[in-house]
Write a protein that binds this ligand. Sequence first.
Ligand SMILES: [Zn+2]
Length: 346
Amino acid sequence: MGFLFMVYKVLVKKMLLSLLYRLGLLNLWHWKNRHKICVLMLHGVMAPHSQTSWTPLRPQISPDELKRTLSILSHYYQFITAEQAIDILEGKVAPIDNALLITFDDGYRNNIDYALPIFQQFGAKPILFVVTGHLDSGLPFWFDRIDYALQQNMGELISFEYQGNKYCFDATSLSALKVSYQKFRDDCKCAFTDDIDMNQLFNALSEMLESRSGKALREICVEDDWSGIVSWEQLKEAVNLNLLDVGSHTVDHWRLDSLSEAQTITQLQQSKVRIEDELATQCDYFCYPNGNYNKTAIQLLKVVGYRAAFSTDVGLCQSRDDVMTLKRFNFPSNKTKPELLYLLNA
Ligand SMILES: [Zn+2]
């Protein structure tokens, strides 16, 4: 009954949006918002193929779906760069009607290998927010490392004790594992106010899982299209060809509101210097790991010399907004034209 009601609700919403679209009301709404800037956030762009040995539990957008959605968006929006967006928001240049900026978080290699050629086709120049410590080490992110390690221990209930706490994962099926892994991540983000402590738990858990299965993501990460990190050489080439901009997403992907002032400055400064040294370009833009920020973080970003920062708060950006907490939308996938217009103008 509950499932049928949900299907019914989705259908009614689709019909209603299609009616609003036919009446021209969604287009009118979009036109009313033409001076605001829409910023979209992407992470991994990949689809399973013959060479992939696993698939992450986190949602991914496939290159085909990216292309389909971009071809709809390109009818309604003009792609702009990060610099253009901030210039418009700060009133330095005239607004561009229905401007849209694409951002990538984390710096996966698949962004360059699979997504960038598609953006090139649409004349869009995205900004990639990289985690410089991972670029230097080439090691996968903790969320991919645990995901992979859990999936190498399928078929059982897994429990793990750490500092008096017990953590449980249901690895009897992929769908059950997805639920318990998401719950673990959410619980940890609430329970830990210190990301350095939290990462020690993640390390201990990963090591336990890796020793049980004898398999670790770091062994395949370089070749792995899901979890592989972009290299400085790839970034250099793309920046030199003027295909993308690069911003900072810290050194270690730690949440800024969980760090001391000194640690925050180190994360902001070291990542900025590293990007500027490697790419011989200015690193003016920042993106908050996990979307977390506070007053101190904003203040320190300005002190270190960043011009603007992107959060995960949802909505359109407009001229009176604080450029240190810019809003974004998750890149919408599998949506119809009316649904896209509705979502990105809400
Ligand atoms: Zn991130």
